[in-house]
Write a new protein. Sequence first.
Length: 445
Amino acid sequence: MDFLFGSCNGCRETVSEVVVDLPTLLTSRRQYKSAEAKPAKSLQADGTSESTQVSASAIPAVEAQQRFEVLPVAEQKGWLGGDSDVSLVIGGGPTGRRALWIFADTFISTYDASTQTRVYNGYSMPHSTLGLVEMTESGCTGQVEYIWQTDAAGQLVSFFEPSSEQKVDGELLWPVAGIASRDGRSAVLLAQRIKGFLTVVGTTLIILPDVASVEDPRQWKYTLLDVGSANLTWFSSIFFADAEGDTVYIFGHGPGADGSAPTPLSQTVLARACLADLLDQNWERTEYWVAPGAWSASPDNFQVLEVPSWETTCIWSKELSLWYSFNIEAFGSEIFLWTAEDITGTWTKTSIYQIPAPFNASPYINYAAKAHPELVQQTCVSPADYSTGTGEKEVELVLSFVSNVFGTSSEGQSTGNLLFGKGQMAWPVRAYWPRFLRVTAKRSQ
């Protein structure tokens, strides 16, 4: 197909009304002090304290937010919000280093800057779009370039689509997690396979063998590999198991005690695989965690992890010597930092941020709290000596989350006045847009 670049320089203008509005609101502590979480003692999953303590607090990340404040110019369709918000560092581009962003359902429409309004008339919602941010070794530079696909007839389509048979059957793909190879040349994305009203019918791996030498994402080739089942999903997170090597961990969810399909409330299960195998479309050598120190080639008798995960990231912090993940409980408005010394060990839960009004009450929902290490501006600032049990480590983390409006229609995703109404793109009330937080986390012993 003759795919077109959906977001070229014509869509990279930042609307002046929002530019003035956004930094002012984000830097005003009067606006956000009530939402800042004070450092809290870390608790184990059972509520008891442990000797090693983690405390953390979060504030809006002004610089990160401005990187994504790219709105369509007058009379041109552009990117106006999306969820999932996964990022990975890939090769290619002028510096050989880029941040690739993957979004699921996305609003594409025109924008009325005079009223700060998404225009409903003529909007489209592809189920996946991309973003690219150029990088150097020191981090991201410049603003995002949003990218979407059109078909040969000029109609908007999802960047990643299921097989033709699945598509005919009414299925679609929501990419919600991903990992790039260590050399940045290739990537594997994990997608929920959806049918009907938010019904997950399986997991599909989206395999991108070359994202570095092929500069233009609309020319990227990809293959699909269905794994697991409707009752055993593997889309929640994928990440390297060690600082070196090819082994990756994968978070998933198994059936309920009554055999029912997994839900966002289901407990996390763990698999491991070689990334090279996944890139070769080989799931057969995947192993599953069944007991402390024990892995099985058969996906039976899972041992569950203590950390919640439905759509998340999990990352090893060498500064804290901890695994960390972010989570927002279903229909909640509080963001938690979860940490553990061992991936299969005891996880602790620390409250870091209260999402402010209006997003902290119905009909808003908050989800997709995910880390973005490439947006971190500073690392460890105070060393600790854990061998003697003294000192403290402090590290900066960056995450994004999405506030959405839960629809009551069979489509699930609202397109009502809280998203498309007049003035609903003004920053204090803008939903369905990645919101960034900068976290200060400390570990002491």
